[in-house]
Design a protein. Structure first.
Length: 385
């Protein structure tokens, strides 16, 4: 760490805002840089002028966590209203509830199973010849069988990732995506909600500190690091090193925005499982704020594709090729002495918002403790490999 100077934070999203706030409150002067013309990164929200709907500009962000400290933290900057994510999906001309639950199973198979009966029935559908699933497809076939896999997982996954589920690791399907009751709440977490006035207002309040200067529309070059005591970098890891080992792979999203007078689909998220439908889902944004009433509606038709150099990166791919590149970048990053890489882009990991905030709080606290001990900061709080 350099002895004097301000601290640079690259990125005004959740990682950068939380780290900046923690360090500012500890008395440090912080400069936050972001290439976009707004704060809050991909969870940026804004009011649609035509309808008054609060729009999730880069796609929906639903807050869910079991971390009480993180929940209390976000609520100290914005009141979070109760919200349950109840996803629907259209498959072969029928609408079902997700995740797959007892209602989905009974509707799909034309049955009226009780929980134990449904569990036994699905076990009969499962491909028991697959003892150790290696791919996404094998994982799904082993646990839910061919019919549910074809209807709810295969097409959607192929569209989302741009490749066959046979090419994806089984780890992507981490949990058995089936419930043997009628619970259609998409998440399991203790705390779930939406910020009453949007995420951007929350981030604005986090950044509201006299020791923080925010510079929007401003690119931060790695050569500028010498002017700061320490750099917390939440931009693309490969970008920091000018893509020395090539570009890491991401999926990006295209949004076809349209308005509607009335209620377009009756829910916030409608997935489309059929591979013949090019988009993965339609989101209707007024349903993300059910405490508000709006006559008009703003919808996004969402399609995933390969991320190009000028696109916004959403999901790190992390297949074999990317993991090899990532290892090179991690080794390169660990040679740095005054830079810590944070967040989804900086660590090339898919992070939910609550985990992003947790890691940002932990990173800031570690930095402050290392200052006291005169000990160096690591390049990563959690290794990306």
């Amino acid at each position: 760490m350099r002895a004097n100077g301000k601290i640079a934070v690259v990125g005004a999203g959740l990682s950068g805002a939380v780290i900046g706030r923690e360090l500012a409150q500890a008395g440090h002067q912080v400069e936050i840089f972001d290439t976009r013309d707004h704060i809050a990164g991909n969870c940026h929200t804004e009011r649609d002028q035509e309808t008054g709907v609060m729009v999730h500009v880069y796609g929906p962000h639903i807050f869910h966590t079991d971390d009480t400290e993180v929940w209390n933290y976000v609520n100290s900057f914005q009141t979070f209203m109760p919200y349950k994510n109840r996803v629907k999906t259209t498959s072969n001309g029928q609408v079902y509830s997700l995740p797959v639950n007892l209602h989905t199973i009974n509707q799909f198979f034309g049955k009226n199973f009780r929980p134990d009966e449904a569990r036994a029935f699905i076990e009969e559908q499962a491909d028991k010849s697959i003892s150790e699933p290696r791919t996404f497809e094998e994982q799904a076939l082993r646990f839910v069988g061919e019919e549910l896999y074809e209807a709810f997982f295969k097409g959607y996954t192929q569209k989302q990732w741009g490749c066959s589920p046979t090419e994806l690791p089984a780890s992507i399907l981490k949990r058995l995506p089936v419930r043997f009751n009628y619970d259609d709440n998409y998440f399991f977490h203790k705390y779930q909600g939406m910020p009453e006035n949007g995420y951007t207002r929350m981030v604005e309040r986090i950044l509201d500190h006299p020791n923080i200067a925010v510079k929007l529309g401003t690119h931060f070059d790695s050569a500028q690091g010498k002017d700061f005591k320490h750099v917390f970098y939440s931009g693309p890891l490969d970008g920091y090193f000018n893509y020395e080992f090539g570009r890491l792979g991401y999926r990006t999203l295209d949004f076809e925005r349209f308005t509607y007078e009335g209620d377009y689909q009756g829910c916030a998220v409608m997935n489309y499982g059929d591979v013949s439908v090019p988009h993965t889902r339609i989101t209707e944004h007024k349903h993300f704020s059910p405490w508000e009433e709006h006559a008009g509606s703003v919808c996004y038709r969402e399609t995933a594709r390969v991320c190009g150099p000028e696109d916004i990166a959403y999901y790190p791919i992390r297949l074999v090729k990317e993991k090899e590149q990532l290892a090179d970048y991690v080794a390169r990053a660990e040679q740095e002495t005054s830079v810590t890489f944070v967040g989804r882009l900086g660590t090339y990991r898919y992070l939910d918002m609550d985990v992003t905030i947790r890691e940002a709080l932990d990173t800031a606290r570690l930095y402050l403790s290392r200052l006291t001990e005169s000990a160096p900061m690591p390049a990563f709080l959690h290794s990306p490999v």
